[in-house]
Ligand binder design. Structure first.
Ligand SMILES: NC(=O)c1ccc[n+]([C@@H]2O[C@H](COP(=O)([O-])OP(=O)(O)OC[C@H]3O[C@@H](n4cnc5c(N)ncnc54)[C@H](OP(=O)(O)O)[C@@H]3O)[C@@H](O)[C@H]2O)c1
Length: 253
């Protein structure tokens, strides 16, 4: 049974693979046997992840990409297939947060969040479409958020983008089921990364945020590893359209 979790010979793209949850997921996929193409806007973090993938004995390609750009996402898919020989798994993980009450939120900030978190996922899915559909095989894992399902003041743009990711995941899964392409999402709760390190450094804010979490702690980044491997591997071949909440019980409370 554990054999079905192996990814030997597979190739994955991980967007936002330069740090945080994206880096951990790239390393987990590599540990399971996959070669990995790493995408984000800035190169140094991607290169560090690539070194870590190579230390696990796998190949890595660094492909600087802005997920908001249709042409850059198409180039990412093309270059991955050229450099690593194939493509089996797409992890749409890149994301940004802008926190402000809606009445004070600048339209440009709203646009940045939606363009990156939701349109970026659309761009990724669309860029792999012809390859996955003609291969009649593929795995897409989108990274949503618990805030796509529960409300927190200040997060309207972020929540709308992540709620959109959950809905896109469900509908695309139904659309592509007949092509044997599985589309699922992970909705993390709080994990301390660059995205929220400032907030968690403030004891009052940390206490306020964790009050909503039955386990009363943030996730440890390595706790996302087994779930991404499961959703990227043949072990999950009968699962599609699902959003798995990895959140210490936050969405259940
Ligand atoms: N940490 C949490 O508590 C938490 C909870 C729920 C969901 N999430 C989600 O998990 C994902 C990863 O977040 P994280 O916590 O690991 O945050 P992070 O450390 O800030 O990482 C974000 C990643 O996204 C990349 N990125 C941002 N804008 C991009 C763009 N336009 N094009 C390409 N890449 C872009 C960043 O690289 P560049 O800036 O160099 O492009 C970076 O690699 C996000 O989708 C986030 O919304 C996080």
């Amino acid at each position: 049974m554990l054999e079905t979790l192996r990814l030997d010979g597979r190739v994955a793209i991980v967007t936002g693979g330069s740090r945080g949850l994206g880096r951990v997921m790239a390393l987990a996929l590599a540990e399971a046997g996959a070669d990995v193409a790493l995408a984000a806007r800035s190169k140094p973090g991607l290169e560090e992840t690539a070194h870590q993938v190579e230390r696990l004995g796998r190949r890595a390609s660094v492909i600087p990409t802005d997920v908001r750009s249709v042409t850059e996402m198409e180039a990412l898919v093309r270059q991955t297939r050229d450099l690593l020989g194939r493509l089996d798994i797409l992890v749409n993980n890149s994301g940004v947060a802008e926190v402000a009450p809606l009445a004070e939120m600048l339209p440009a900030a709203w646009g940045r969040v939606l363009e990156t978190n939701l349109t970026g996922v659309f761009n990724g899915c669309r860029a792999v479409a012809s390859h996955f559909l003609s291969a009649r095989s593929g795995k897409i894992v989108n990274v949503a958020s618990v805030l796509g399902a529960v409300g927190l003041p200040g997060y309207t743009a972020y929540a709308a983008s992540k709620g959109g990711v959950i809905a896109l995941t469900r509908t695309l899964a139904v659309e592509w089921a007949r092509y044997n392409v599985q589309v699922n999402a992970i909705a993390p709760g709080w994990f301390v990364t660059e995205m929220n390190r400032g907030a968690f450094a403030d004891e009052k804010i940390r206490e306020r945020l964790l009050r909503e979490v039955p386990m009363r702690r943030p996730g440890r980044v390595e706790e996302i590893g087994p779930l991404i491997v499961y959703l990227a591997s043949p072990a999950s071949d009968f699962m599609t359209g699902q959003t798995i909440f990895l959140d210490g019980g936050h969405s259940a409370a």
